[in-house]
Ligand binder design. Structure first.
Ligand code: TXA
Ligand code: MG
Length: 311
């Protein structure tokens, strides 16, 4: 892809229709929200979600925020009741993300939740975001549309400069009014997990004081052995030892293969599902070497956590 292969779409009916078509086809589409430009993909499509991490060059599979047009659709994916429902009624659509328990049969890619049993959900207020989500009519995973480690984009030109040639399209609706990521609340007791575009004071006026965020909630991916399978995991294995099952990569004999052709995007898309499937066999898991480049960094980060000694 060259930079010119990223389409710059107008935020009118034709541009929104094309954005929705690209999302449905597994594409990556950046769109404006009132906070920052997001980099969207169909949250049910593991391959599309893996492409988000690849395009951003993210060294880790952090859980992503899922964007939906309204509270009704949010409830297909997470249990929004009690004080979370009060917050949704007061501040959605708007710059607030709620972390809530996943519901059974949610159908989202495990890459979106990074294996957690909670989900971060947001209903953006920006008219272009609302239009994209309504026409697409499904859940859109979207981190900020910047290369990992760079400043979040608040114009379509920022997105083009950072990700042009790596994504399918940008919907251009001018600068974002808030310019700061959404505020995230979640946990039990409910805590502020990330300060952002909605002031803590406004939240506390609506529902009373928030708790102090605990370490484990603020940094779900940071614990070395987080999301570890039940089985022990041995890395950089070229063959299974007796009793082990082998998770392969590239052309080789194995019990399951992340990508026979050695495609790192395909491997990322398969990672969580294959680990779950092998873990269900109840035997130690050996994993073939994964190259430490591109999405391989995030895959290896996840595998090292899976293989770390348990607390
Ligand atoms: O304003 C925003 O929120 C922008 C726009 C595009 O909507 N999106 C955004 O997404 O900032 P992202 O992926 O960069 O932020 C995700 C944050 C991470 O800090 C992650 O740890 C947290 O949400 N998060 C996601 N799922 C979580 C969960 N289940 N529990 C706790 N934190 C979660
Ligand atoms: Mg970001």
């Amino acid at each position: 892809m060259t930079q010119s292969e990223t389409a710059l779409l107008p935020a009118d009916a034709s541009g929104i229709a094309e954005a929705a078509r690209l999302l449905a086809a597994g594409g990556l589409v950046s769109f404006p929200t009132e906070t920052v430009y997001g980099l969207g993909a169909d949250a049910r499509n593991s391959h599309a979600v893996a492409r988000i991490f690849d395009a951003k060059g993210r060294p880790r599979f952090n859980p992503l925020i899922v964007h939906v047009p309204d509270l009704n659709m949010a409830r297909r994916y997470a249990d929004i009741t009690g004080v979370l429902a009060d917050l949704a009624q007061s501040f959605w659509p708007g710059p607030l993300t709620l972390v809530a328990p996943l519901v059974d049969g949610h159908g989202l890619s495990p890459l979106v939740t990074a294996g957690l049993d909670t989900l971060a959900l947001r209903v953006p207020a920006h008219p272009a975001a609302q239009d994209v989500l309504r026409v697409f009519d499904g859940p859109v995973a979207a981190p900020s549309a910047n290369p990992s480690g760079r400043i979040s984009p608040t114009t379509a030109m920022h997105v083009m400069e950072g990700l042009g040639g790596r994504i399918d399209a940008v919907v251009d609706a001018g600068p974002c009014p808030v310019g700061l990521e959404s505020t995230i609340v979640g946990g039990n007791p409910l805590a502020l997990l990330r300060p952002g575009g909605l002031a803590q004071e406004d939240i506390e006026r609506a529902i009373g004081p928030l708790a102090q965020a605990g370490e484990a909630i603020t940094a779900p991916g940071q614990l070395a052995s987080h999301y570890a399978p039940g089985a022990t995991v041995r890395l950089n294995a070229n063959a299974a030892h007796p009793g082990e099952v082998l998770l392969g990569f590239g052309p080789m004999a194995s019990d399951l293969n992340l990508s026979l052709s050695g495609d790192l995007i395909e491997a990322a898309a398969n990672l969580f599902d294959h680990l779950h499937a092998l873990d269900a066999l109840g035997r130690p898991i050996a994993v073939a070497p994964i190259p430490e480049c591109g999405l391989g960094r995030a895959i290896n980060d996840r595998l090292r956590r899976a293989a770390a000694p348990r607390p």
